[in-house]
Design a protein around this ligand. Structure first.
Ligand code: 3PG
Length: 305
């Protein structure tokens, strides 16, 4: 059996070494495709493999068709909007993610971006503090609850909205559940986004929702660019000069945002929420173990299609 790691944005070397150990201990072979620049390289690399480990790499119908022996794709990470699940199912390919494995890394970056924002992007001027501020956690999954854990250390007041998580679970963490997205935005000084990109959430962070935020609010996006209505956030920010937006996923209109919103907008050059050795090791090794367990024992835990 042959397992391919196909990562446009590579894992730390220590994680690749760990994955190799797992794969080879199972008697399988490991192939590596990193930093590829053309889709054709991915199409060629998947041609003869049984399993693939990816990150945000696009696995569409064309990739699945090219991978004649493919049995399983594991997205080493949380969001699997980059995989064509229907095409995988049609081809009898199992798709999994590795939930929770990179959640702490993403949650820590939220606070990096947040402090950068409220301290005026380190411009030497007088900023504000997190203590006592209301943090709205938009979706209370693995990242959301890590954000809550860290925010408590800053002495923040916590609110959360999650359409799929019970109020009891949220409240058990000392976080106040709210009844609607609108209520979350009305009541929060800062909102941290942790929603996946789905047909329901795409473009859902729009002007009417953002308009509910109080003066001086900050929005942190370590989730997906697709959930933001990019035209409307720019429009909103030009009107609401008190508002700041920090994102780990560069928007399509980045140049315009950068030029027009100086001092209030920041985007990382490449999504780096999960870019820590620890997260790479956790997610990469979990992916390798899930592949071995699936190919040897048929274990389908974490299947998403
Ligand atoms: C995820 O969904 O796990 C995160 O967005 C991390 O994505 P990445 O592996 O491409 O950094």
């Amino acid at each position: 059996m042959k397992v391919l790691i196909a990562t446009d944005k590579p894992f730390a070397k220590i994680a690749v070494d760990g994955i190799r150990k797992e794969i080879e201990a199972a008697g399988f072979e490991l192939a590596l495709l990193e930093k590829y620049t053309e889709k054709q390289q991915l199409l060629d690399a998947v041609a003869n493999v049984d399993a693939v480990i990816i990150r945000s790499d696009i696995v569409d119908a064309e990739v699945i068709t090219a991978a004649k022996n493919l049995k399983i794709v594991v997205r080493a990470g949380a969001g699997y909007d980059n995989v064509d699940l229907a095409a995988a199912s049609d081809a009898g390919v199992c798709v999994m993610n590795t939930p929770g494995q990179n959640a702490n890394a993403v949650a820590e970056l939220v606070f990096g971006l947040l402090i950068y924002a409220i301290r005026g992007m380190f411009d030497g001027g007088s900023g504000t503090e997190l203590k006592g501020k209301k943090l709205g956690i938009h979706a209370y999954g693995n990242v959301g609850c890590n954000v809550a854990r860290i925010a408590k250390g800053f002495g923040m007041e916590l609110l959360a909205f999650d359409a799929f998580c019970s109020d009891e679970k949220i409240a058990a963490d000392g976080v106040t559940p709210v009844k609607s997205v609108q209520e979350l935005y009305e009541k929060s000084d800062i909102v941290s986004l942790h929603i996946p990109a789905t047909p329901e959430t795409k473009q859902s962070i729009n002007k009417s929702l953002l308009s509910l935020l109080p003066k001086g609010a900050v929005l942190i996006n370590t989730a997906r660019k697709e959930v933001i209505n990019e035209t409307e956030i720019l429009e909103f920010m030009q009107e609401r000069t008190d508002f700041k937006y920090m994102t780990d996923i560069m928007p399509g209109n980045h140049q315009e945002m950068q030029t027009k919103l100086q001092g209030r907008y920041f985007a990382t050059p490449k999504k780096m929420g999960a870019q820590t050795s620890e997260a790479n090791i956790n997610a990469g090794i979990a992916a390798a173990q899930q592949i071995v367990d699936f190919l040897k024992n048929g274990n389908r835990r974490f299947q998403v299609n």
